[in-house]
Design a protein around this ligand. Structure first.
Ligand code: SAM
Length: 275
């Protein structure tokens, strides 16, 4: 029996022509393919006439399936891991299986290939000297604002995955914290309706609010340019509180701080109220 191992296989994010020869060889010769969605992977296998047995490994069965797969690899099975699209382990449960195999001292081989992060970053035209991948932003407004505030001064392009339905709302939320940054929305990469829209965050938010987006989306926010430092939310809150303590009404304090910082009144209001 061949030595057991986990073979992490990157698969196309749209265009099936992007699959590598090494991945096809690994999928053909593996004992089993663990797939995030067997129906999705079956299409890829059918296209390349591969008949290896498929089994499900997804976010709802990781706790139960991970130890079973680890045991089977330990006893000599070669298990290929694929996700619905792109590189397993990036925003999908692949990371748990990789980590469990490494903990058990088993061989893990990663066959590189497509990932939406890198494709979107390069296609966006935004700086690539440093980038931060934040997965999916939290859905709760307060948590999302806190994450964005914590990233406001990072000298890196910020990259987030997002669903098409939430893209406009998420961009509007980003515009509250980083309104003047250069940004891009990359949609349907490598597919027929691929689209990259570039603009300042606030303008991009306004443009996309008027559209019903479909397909898969990556959002990218450029680094601070250095001309205008990103506003420090703590200082803004403190300045509003100072004016209110000195007798201003809350709305005139917000108006004054908007004038002092060049931010929109709604932005100052939201920051002052911790939203
Ligand atoms: N493992 C995958 C990878 O390496 O890119 C990502 C898995 S994550 C669950 C799925 C998200 O990736 C989608 O919601 C979308 O944000 C992004 N994505 C995947 N394919 C894409 C494509 N063709 N165009 C734009 N974004 C894509």
């Amino acid at each position: 029996m061949t030595e057991g191992r986990l073979i992490v296989c990157a698969t196309p994010i749209g265009n099936l022509g992007d699959v590598t020869q090494r991945v096809l060889d690994a999928l053909s010769s593996a004992d089993t393919i663990a797939a995030e969605d067997t129906r999705v992977s079956r299409k890829l296998l059918a296209r390349f006439d591969i008949h290896t047995r498929l089994e499900a490994y997804h976010e709802h069965n990781t706790a139960q399936r991970t130890p079973v797969l680890v045991d089977r690899i330990a006893s000599g099975e070669r298990i290929a891991l694929v996700s619905d699209a792109g590189t397993p382990g990036i925003s999908d449960p692949g990371e748990f299986l990789v980590s469990a195999c490494l903990d058990a001292g088993l061989a893990v081989e990663v066959l590189p290939g497509p990932s939406a992060i890198i494709t979107a970053l390069v296609a966006s035209g935004l700086p690539t000297h440093a980038f931060y991948f934040g997965g999916f932003l939290p859905r709760k407004a307060g948590e999302r604002t806190r994450v964005l505030e914590s990233l406001a001064t990072l000298d890196a392009t910020l990259i987030f995955y997002e669903s098409p339905k939430r893209t406009a709302a998420t961009l509007a939320a980003i515009a509250q914290v980083l309104p003047e940054r250069q940004a891009a929305m990359a949609r349907e990469l490598t597919k027929l309706y691929e689209e990259i829209v570039r603009d300042e965050v606030s303008s991009l938010a306004a443009r996309l609010a008027a559209r019903e987006l479909k397909g898969e989306v990556v959002l990218l926010i450029g680094p601070p340019t250095g001309e205008k430092p990103a506003p420090d939310p703590g200082e803004i809150r403190a300045r509003v509180a100072e004016l209110v303590d000195a007798g201003s009404s809350r709305s005139s304090a917000v108006k004054q701080v908007a004038g002092e910082t060049g931010l929109g009144r709604n932005t100052v209001y939201d920051i002052a109220h911790g939203g």
